[in-house]
Write a protein that binds this ligand. Sequence first.
Ligand SMILES: C[S@@+](CC[C@H](N)C(=O)[O-])C[C@H]1O[C@@H](n2cnc3c(N)ncnc32)[C@H](O)[C@@H]1O
Length: 274
Amino acid sequence: MPWVGGKKALRDEILLRFPLAYERYIEVFGGGGWVLFHKPAGDFEVYNDFNANLVTLYRCVRNQPEELIAKLEFTLNSRDDFEQIRSILRSKVELSDMQRAAYFYQLIRQSYAAGLDSYGAQPRDMWSRFPLIRAASARLQGVIIENRDFEKLISQYDRPESLFYCDPPYFFTENYYEDVGFTAADHGRLAGALFGLKGKWLLSYNDCAQVRELYNRPGIMIEPISRLSNIAQRYEGGKLYEEVIISNYDTTERARQHVQLSLFDSDFCAGEPP
Ligand SMILES: C[S@@+](CC[C@H](N)C(=O)[O-])C[C@H]1O[C@@H](n2cnc3c(N)ncnc32)[C@H](O)[C@@H]1O
């Protein structure tokens, strides 16, 4: 599902840095769930986000996908409907969870760049998504879905065998996320919640002085990583977006497992006498 700050482009890099062994997987800032949906299913998985509309949507997808599909079946891709739904969701009107989930799904699908704010005016049909809703429902069956602030969630699920993946709002983008009230001070609150955990954690962030200063501590790995910036490609081809992956464990374990298969000893190089 498209989501502001979604990790579609980084998901392989992130999975490659997971530890080889962990028993509990907790996705703290779930959003569109790009990493959760990309990783193999595990025995104990938690999806969390503080956005109540988003979490209601996830719960309806998991528990009642056919009812959700029935609600979406005859929706129109129209500016008037989009604006009406947006103002209903922003009002205090009481809605059933299923109606709220369907409205929110429609808003994501039809807004510009999934920003929920302005009508996208794109020929996006709804019916082609229905198989994805069913597949997501199947994938979410064993997943615990939470709607908690990150600090409480992290302390609740901390165990030596836990792996937390954290993808918070990036520095300077705090106000991109409606309804959750993430502030600049929350970056420090997150660092405080992560330092001293019994479990392992992996964090993705924009590469900036503020992040480096917060996490420049003994035993913490900060790895710069660049990817093509999707939005900037429109006006500046090849522009890279600089991010960092931060962790409290050695993230090279999995990559080191990928040993090149060879008929010969790996020390033997072409051109060398055997
Ligand atoms: C960068 S997005 C996560 C994107 C996600 N990794 C993906 O691939 O789609 C950050 C998410 O953090 C959530 N969030 C903001 N404040 C939060 C809080 N205090 N506790 C938990 N989640 C929060 C937002 O609602 C948003 O969905």
